[in-house]
Design a protein around this ligand. Sequence first.
Ligand code: EPZ
Length: 416
Amino acid sequence: MDKLKITGGRPLEGEVQVSGAKNAALPIMCAALLSAKPLALTNVPRLRDISTMARLLAQMGVAVERSEQGAVLHAKAITDPTATYELVKTMRASVLVLGPLLARCGEAKVSLPGGCAIGARPVDQHVKGLQAMGATISIEHGYMQASARRLRGARIVMDLVTVTGTENLMMAAALAEGETLLENAAREPEVLDLARCLGAMGAKIEGAGSDVIRIQGVRALGGAEHRVMPDRIETGTYLAAAAAAGGKIRLTGAAPKTLDATLDKLREAGSKITVTESSIEIETARRPAAVSVRTAPYPGFATDMQAQFMALACVADGTALITETIFENRFMHAIELQRLGADIRLEGNTAVVRGVERLQGAGVMATDLRASAGLVIAALVAEGDTVVDRIYHLDRGYEGLEKKLGLLGARVARIA
Ligand code: EPZ
């Protein structure tokens, strides 16, 4: 069952609950490697990437117990500090074990992730930071072979803003000797959520959420309980779908404060947005106006929302410029959107999208997680049936997608 059949043309109406954030849960699961005591998590989404991470940690000797919306991870002893190519190649976030393993065990062997569909995605900043903390890292047979007696705190100025790079170094620094200063750090809310979890485990971290993070290393970390933050990208995806399809939906269990850039753009498109502390309602009465976006690190417009906004632009009134500045190859959905009748011209890292009155259903192919989300949005507004192939990409990051879309009145079915 790896295709999704969507019959478009209906406005969305209803209410759905947002899941825990994949991109917060993944680093937080790795934080369990830093302590011999259990880490109990709630609001953990049921996603393929989460199962992959659980499998990776289990291979290292971590006891992983999953419940409906939770997980208890217990790294009493780490038996094998290795992340094999077989798992790393299926999920790049596996590289997040490097910092914690090195800090806890003094050694780690982690496969180089290699390129992926959206770009080259090197890990040089992770490596450079750990080396500054005293680690020796060599590349042998495609693996990063890292060792250190005890990591030392250091001042690290990152060349560019990297989310998992910041997370990896923050985790390593939590157990290093002395103080680490991470400059030009990523300000993404997921970094802050990880810092909160590490804080509950006993780490001394200041400034997470800003671009300078100060970490005072401690000898050991303890156990903790932590609730994973809501998924801001899942939230934004349903909002963009509702803006494109029209109607009125409400998302509960959300964190509106993490979505400023997205909400601003949706208002610009003409939707009415009402927020409370933990819910967002969006009402769209007419065809959206074209809005241009330019991706940037947080608090700028998220690259993980780019494909969904391109889909919105396809049916908007006017011309929108969609500029991607984070990844060099994140426009593969453009070609598929054209199959649905979209008018898109690619000029370097900008897509010029001229909105059309209507799209037409067709067979399309998902290429990565967020590209698939863009295709689903386009399918919801297209006339007739769209079949999205290779939806395993969606299962990596959207919990119960067809169920949630069904709750909003969309006609969606998983087919073989
Ligand atoms: C995280 O990836 C997210 N993944 C991505 O979400 C997201 O698209 C991305 O951040 C940007 O917001 C997780 O959090 C698990 P980066 P990450 O390091 O950390 C370059 C999704 O769909 N770079 O912030 O891997 C890199 O090539 C996924 O949920 C280096 O040059 O992204 C890119 O151009 C996809 N050297 C830029 O930095 C490095 O050492 C930002 O990447 C590291 C990164």
